[in-house]
Design a binder for this molecule. Structure first.
Ligand code: UDX
Ligand code: UDX
Length: 458
């Protein structure tokens, strides 16, 4: 079959994999190839056991794979063959040198740009999919014009706004698709070419365009705003615990103001995930770089509150359990950073486990999808940790449960049976307000929710 366009994506991760699967699924007349330097990842993408868990992903991949969706390790050939190249390699927080702990580590990005330059033998549109500091496109353009390669490269910014756990839904029905370009004739033409691809399934009103720097910055700012809402509600959860106000009631009342809206107001044990912390640090670093210290401090406080919230959770456990956790068995319900994903990057559970182990508690972890990642995260950490997929088995003989991920299954457990199998007094610390606290209390648990008065038998 003759394809209308050939698309390549470099980086088959949480972003590149699902995004390309959706493009291939919706655009059968485009050939979509996803490449990655990690051969294991590619083998998994070509198998029935995909490297990431995402509701609905299996079906989309199965429908398109082998038809117009291909996974490969041949980066060079992929570059030569394609018209449009998405770059979706990881851009972790830099851990060395200038900007360590704040700035983005762009080494994979730069290597990818150089590889494109060396392999390309025809004009290409290069699309930034990874979240990047503002002005990265400029660096990309400079590299691409550096060695006299006469082919024209047009760099676009097209940030991805999908959230894990709902990636397929977000990709299929995005709030908006944002495409930033240079406002030159060739830039505008490339912008339209990409818009045309999305128009196969997204209505034109939702495909918005901007200059390239606005596009890069919008992605950082969108994540910063989302995280800011969580830190705002979490900061108030601490106040609720002191004043007998109830955070769910406050969030409902505040969120019904149509100017504020009700989403992202769930108090929690803190936000995790690969993006929020990294992107805010990036924003803070950029502001400091430009001498905007007040702006930097403002956004940095979003992270400070998140750290405080995680810390506070463990301190509350310690206080409630008579100021000692040594030798006590604590079962964590959930290790993923949110429900419906196996991803544990920046999960509050990692921090909490380490703190509990430092208190010499024994930690038993249960999670329906994240245990293999949890094992990797906790490799080499000293202390007693064990894993079980079955929450009933995991809680047997435990002194306390800490609910860290809002998996639906935790709402339908037989808590009576769980209570009976636990040591007494039995504690439950609810880091996600998803359970019926009153019922748990009536069963016999001492219940410590986030942002609500505790229900205890003492
Ligand atoms: C990544 C970025 O972290 C994020 O900022 C951006 O918004 C989207 O891309 P994610 O897809 O979650 O997010 O990252 P990850 O799952 O780590 O996937 C990146 C993939 O790129 C990995 O499979 C890695 O092997 C691959 N890679 C990395 C390359 O193929 N080439 C490289 O040079 C570097
Ligand atoms: C986020 C953005 O939502 C997405 O647009 C962007 O592309 C990538 O970063 P993601 O990190 O996958 O997506 O998940 P998200 O649903 O935003 O949750 C992030 C964290 O915030 C999770 O730990 C979640 O549990 C927490 N959260 C979310 C809360 O604690 N309370 C809320 O009300 C919402």
């Amino acid at each position: 079959m003759e394809f209308k366009k050939k698309i390549l994506c470099i980086g088959a991760g949480y972003v590149g994999g699902p995004t390309m699967a959706m493009i291939a699924y919706k655009c059968p007349h485009y050939k979509v190839t996803v490449v990655d330097i990690n051969p294991t990842r590619i083998t998994q993408w070509n198998s029935n056991d995909l490297p990431i868990y995402e509701p609905g992903l299996d079906e989309v991949v199965k429908a398109a794979r082998g038809r117009n969706l291909f996974f490969s390790t041949d980066v060079e050939n992929g570059i030569r063959e394609s018209d449009i190249i998405f770059v979706s390699v990881n851009t972790p927080t830099k851990m060395f040198g200038a900007g360590a702990g704040m700035a983005s580590d762009l080494q994979y990005w730069e290597k990818t740009a150089r590889k494109i330059l060396n392999c390309a033998d025809s004009p290409k549109i290069i699309v930034e999919k990874s979240t990047l500091p503002v002005k990265t496109a400029l660096a990309m353009e400079r590299i691409l014009t550096s060695n006299g390669n006469s082919n024209q490269f047009e760099v676009l910014s097209n940030p991805e706004f999908l959230a894990e756990g709902t990636a397929i839904k977000d990709l299929e029905h995005p709030d908006r698709v944002l495409i930033g370009s240079r406002e030159t004739e060739s830039g505008l033409k490339a912008r339209e070419e990409l818009a045309e691809m999305y128009a196969n399934w997204v209505s034109r009103e939702r495909i918005i365009t901007s200059n390239i720097w606005s596009s890069e910055l919008s992605k950082l700012v969108a994540n910063a705003f989302l995280a800011q809402r969580i830190s705002s509600i979490n900061s108030i959860s601490a106040l609720c615990e002191k004043t007998e106000a109830d955070i769910s009631e406050v969030a409902r009342a505040v969120g019904m103001d149509s100017r504020i809206g009700n989403r992202f107001l769930n108090a929690s044990v803190g936000f995790g995930g690969s993006c929020f912390r990294k992107d805010i640090l990036n924003l803070v670093y950029l502001c400091r770089h430009y001498g905007l210290n007040e702006v930097a401090d403002y956004w940095e406080s979003v992270i400070t509150i998140n750290e405080y919230q995680k810390e506070r959770f463990v301190i509350n456990m310690l206080n409630a359990m008579f100021n000692t956790l040594a030798g006590k068995k604590i079962c964590l319900f959930g290790f993923a950073f949110k429900a419906n994903t196996g991803d544990t990057r920046e999960s509050p559970a990692i921090f909490i486990t380490k703190k509990l182990l430092a208190e010499k508690a024994e930690v038993i972890i249960t999670d329906p999808k994240a245990l293999s990642n949890a094992r990797v995260d906790l490799e080499g950490v000293s202390g007693k940790v064990s894993y079980s997929e079955d929450p009933h088995e995991a809680t047997t003989g435990c002194d306390a449960i800490a609910v860290l991920t809002e998996w639906d299954i935790y709402q339908n457990l037989d808590f009576k049976k769980i209570y009976q199998s636990m040591a007494k007094p039995a504690f439950i610390f609810v880091g996600r307000n998803i359970l019926d606290h009153k019922k748990l209390f009536e069963i016999g648990f001492n219940v410590y929710p986030i942002g609500k008065p505790g229900l205890t038998h003492f």
